[in-house]
Each structure stands twice: as structure tokens, then as C-alpha cells.
Design a protein around this ligand. Structure first.
Ligand code: NDP
Length: 457
């Protein structure tokens, strides 16, 4: 009889957990996944997928506004929020069954219930102890709410994806991925959106030109951006909600959405009892092979708070399987992670920001702003921006950044090029696909003048 009930027990059926379970089972391991809710996790059920479906829904509103310029009449066009939410929910239910079937097809057992570690080789779930040679923690993260008087009147992205009605006035707190994406959705669908952020502009950590360009376009679209502002308190009123802001202004809203970051789901899992260490934020501490402070227990994805993106969790899960089940110890490579923000307009980026690249050495910066062809007949006064940061010594491209339609689709290919160490000269030697926005990257010629050292004009 086997020493353990399972070779691997995975806690959490989200992107990282499902990928690890499937690959481990395909490698011959006997695998169980413990999940207390639906199969799919944040990305499929409360994040990337439903958010993008709503973004696509919102983009039709912009397309409608552009259509008369191309000869279309719009009489009789209507929008029904309830239908969009119902269609989105039907798609999520379909994906959930696809994920569950994918687990079953490779022989993974799904244990429904909450899993808690009893020791380094035992998970208690569904009233039973399950022993395993290895345990993988992949329980993800959830929205974090700061302590503000009246915070109970606010919702998070979890609820915002499932509203019964489209609110008329929305106050969004935060300036990160989630905040700007929801600002775009609600604004395009006709709500009056005020976005309150404590920083000097949106998307801290992104390239400065991306941040400035996106903020400018968001304001142009009608979003009221209140930078350097915080919320003092929130009150329920007869008409909705009232927010008192740090500048003493009062803001009335029908919906208050907090998008102020996420916290790892590490509480109540028996981690401390099993000897697994977490950091100050509650993220599970792991080494470069995703191994926790207990050798038989690994952790991947948002629970470890490294780069909280689905493709990263998937890659960490794959590296874990290589390491443990395929005898090929694999450390995850965190360089050149492309990412997109599905704001309106969208943002996409790969590699270093200009500021990061300048800290490492001298750089050449190329930037272009242009009006996409579609916007000409549409009469839309919206410009796109492409930017390339090049390491002067080697000519290698250090970072590529874009704001504008199709940016996420365009950056994916450049991410492969950066992974291969592409140089600016090689990109210059590449022919454009004409007429596209993407060809801007192969025709970037004008080097931006170097910034003057401080103190000089
Ligand atoms: P982010 O960490 O991106 O942004 C959090 C925002 O909230 C920042 O603007 C931050 O301000 C602000 N904030 C934090 N605490 C407070 C507070 N107490 N009071 C006021 N403002 C506060 O988190 P998100 O929730 O937007 O997203 C979570 C993660 O999910 C992202 O980091 C990303 O990895 C992932 N994600 C990815 C998406 C994608 O790939 N398209 C989409 C959505 C999420 P400051 O900058 O000043 O700290």
C-alpha cells in the first residue's frame, strides 16, 4: 500500500492550482484538488474573464459613437445591462464545467470543501484527513479594504462584476489595474465616474509616459480623476452614498467601489501550525522553486504575492511540476513579463520602464503619438502612444510600452522579441504591416533628447 493517500494535494482550483494538478497528473502523479467554492478561481470567476467581457461590452458603446462617421445610423440601438450580466454569467458557468472536466479527464479527484493543513503531509477537508507526499498551496488572494468609517457601504470588484443595475454615479477608490479598468467600463456605459486616488496619477509602477497618457485620455473621455485625494468617510443617504474627501469636498454616488489592492488568502489554512512562514502582508514565503519553509509544501500564484498575474501563476505551477515530478528543477523566470491593463484606452507593456532602465545605464528613448486611422472618420480626438526604451551600450530593447487600441494584442509579439534579446536595429530592419498601429514600433526614428541634468535649463 502507498505510504500516502495522494502524491499531491492541491489547495485551490484557480489558475495555478488547476494547471499544477493537470500537469502533475499527466506526469503520472495521483492528485486531489481541494476547493471550497467553484472551480476556476479569481481569473475565471471574479477577474480577468468577466472583467474583459464587460470591457468588450463597453467598447461597443465607443464603437457606436464612432459609427456615424462611417455612414451608419444608430436609430433604435439600446443597451441592457441585465442581459450583459446574464450572458457573462452563462459564459462563466460554461468555463467552470470546462475546467472541472479538464481535471476529471486526467484523473484528478476534486474534493469539495475547505482544506486546512494538519501537518506537513496532511490536509483536512470534507471531514477527512488526506495525506500526501507533497502539498501545493494555491488559494489566491481577495480584495483588501482599508479601514475607513462607513467602508461597509462600499463594494469590491467581486460585487461590481455582478450588479443588478448599472449605477448612475460611481465613485471608484484606487489607481491600479482594477480601478482604471472599472472606471473605463462604467464611464463608457454611461455612468458618471469619479476616480479618487491618493497618488499623483494612475498606475503606479508603470512607465511615466504611459501613466500620463492614460490619465489624459481618461479625463478626455469624461472621467473625473481626483489625484492626491483620499476618502475620509462614507455615509449612507436617502439617495445613495455620500463620501467626504480629504479636500473636504462631498461626493454623492450610487456605487462606491474600492479597488485598493488584494490580500493573500493565507488565514485559517493552518500554516503557522505546520511551520509555514508568511510575510507581513500574509503572503507565503517561498524560494525560487516555490518551496515554502516546509520542504514538502509548495505555493504558487497570488498567495505568494510575487507578480500577481494569471500567466505568472500558470508558469509557476508548470515550474513546480518540472521540479517535483519531472526531475528538472526549474526556477521561474520573472524577467520580461508582459502585462496589459484593459482600461479604455488599453495599456500594454513589457520590460523596463524608462526610469528603471536609466538606473542601470544610459538609454535612448523613442516615442510616438499618433491618431489611429479609425479615429479620423469617427472624429474621435484620441491619440495612441508607442514608446521604446533602448539600452545605449548594447542597442538591446529594454522596454516597450503602448497606450491605445489593440495595445495588449500588439505587445504579445514584442514580448517574444524581448525574450530573445532583440535590438532596436533588428526592429528597424523589420517591415511594417501597413496600415496598422503596430507598425509604429518598426518606424520609430526620432530619439527623444536626453533629459537635462538637474540645475541646467
Ligand atoms: P493595485 O495594487 O494595482 O492598485 C491598488 C491601488 O489602490 C493603488 O492605486 C494604491 O495606491 C491604492 N491603495 C492601496 N491602499 C489604499 C488605501 N488604503 N487608500 C487609498 N488607496 C489605496 O491593486 P488592484 O486592486 O488594482 O489589483 C490587484 C492586482 O490584481 C494587481 O496588482 C494585478 O497584479 C492584478 N490585476 C491584473 C489585471 C490585469 O492583468 N489586467 C487586472 C486586475 C488586477 P498607491 O499606488 O498609492 O499605493
Amino acid at each position: 500500500m502507498a505510504r500516502w493517500d495522494w502524491d499531491l494535494v492541491v489547495l485551490g482550483a484557480g489558475s495555478g492550482g488547476v494547471r499544477a494538478a493537470r500537469l502533475a497528473a499527466e506526469s503520472g502523479a495521483r492528485v486531489a484538488v481541494v476547493e471550497q467554492g467553484r472551480v476556476g478561481g479569481t481569473c475565471v470567476l471574479r477577474g480577468c474573464v468577466p472583467k474583459k467581457l464587460l470591457v468588450i461590452g463597453a467598447q461597443f458603446a465607443e464603437a457606436l459613437a464612432d459609427m456615424p462617421g462611417f455612414g451608419w445610423g444608430l436609430e433604435g440601438v439600446t443597451f441592457d445591462w441585465t442581459s450583459l450580466i446574464a450572458a457573462k454569467n452563462a459564459e462563466l458557468a460554461r468555463l467552470e464545467t470546462v475546467y472541472a472536466r479538464a481535471l476529471r479527464d486526467v484523473g484528478v479527484t476534486l474534493i469539495e470543501g475547505r482544506g486546512v493543513l494538519a501537518d506537513a503531509h496532511t490536509v483536512e477537508a470534507a471531514g477527512q484527513a488526506h495525506t500526501a507526499a507533497h502539498i501545493l498551496l494555491a488559494t489566491g488572494a481577495r480584495p483588501a479594504l482599508p479601514e475607513v468609517p462607513g467602508i461597509e457601504h462600499a463594494v469590491t470588484s467581486d460585487e461590481a462584476l455582478d450588479l443588478l443595475q448599472l449605477p448612475g454615479r460611481v465613485a471608484i477608490v484606487g489607481g491600479g489595474y482594477v480601478a482604471v479598468e472599472f472606471a473605463g467600463i462604467f464611464n463608457a456605459l454611461g455612468a458618471r465616474v469619479t476616480q479618487i486616488l491618493r497618488g499623483d496619477t494612475v498606475l503606479r509602477g508603470f512607465d511615466a509616459d504611459i501613466r500620463a497618457t492614460l490619465a489624459e485620455e481618461m479625463v478626455r473621455k469624461g472621467i473625473d480623476l481626483r489625484c492626491g485625494t483620499t476618502v475620509r468617510s462614507i455615509e449612507k443617504t436617502a439617495a445613495g452614498t455620500s463620501l467626504r474627501l480629504s479636500d473636504d469636498e462631498t461626493l454623492e454616488a450610487d456605487l462606491v467601489l474600492y479597488a485598493t489592492g488584494r490580500r493573500p488568502n493565507s488565514q485559517g489554512l493552518g500554516l503557522a501550525e505546520a511551520g509555514i512562514e508568511v510575510d507581513r502582508k500574509g503572503a507565503v514565503i517561498v524560494d525560487s522553486f516555490s518551496r515554502t519553509t516546509v520542504p514538502s509544501v509548495y505555493a504558487v500564484g497570488d498567495l505568494t504575492d510575487r507578480r500577481n498575474l494569471t500567466p505568472v501563476a500558470l508558469a509557476e505551477a508548470a515550474a513546480f511540476v518540472q521540479t517535483v515530478y519531472r526531475n528538472r528543477p526549474t526556477a521561474m523566470d520573472y524577467r520580461h513579463i508582459p502585462t496589459a491593463v484593459f482600461s479604455l484606452p488599453p495599456v500594454a507593456t513589457v520590460g523596463a520602464t524608462e526610469a528603471e532602465a536609466r538606473r542601470k545605464g544610459e538609454v535612448d528613448v523613442y516615442l510616438s503619438r499618433f491618431r489611429p486611422m479609425r479615429n479620423t472618420l469617427a472624429g474621435r480626438n484620441e491619440r495612441s502612444m508607442t514608446k521604446m526604451v533602448v539600452d545605449r551600450a548594447t542597442g538591446r530593447v529594454a522596454g516597450i510600452h503602448m497606450v491605445g487600441a489593440d495595445a495588449p494584442e500588439i505587445i504579445q509579439g514584442f514580448a517574444a522579441a524581448l525574450k530573445c534579446g532583440v535590438t532596436k536595429a533588428q526592429i528597424d530592419a523589420t517591415l511594417g504591416v501597413h496600415p496598422t498601429a503596430a507598425e509604429e514600433f518598426v518606424t520609430l526614428r526620432d530619439r527623444r533628447p536626453d533629459p537635462q541634468p538637474e540645475g541646467e535649463d
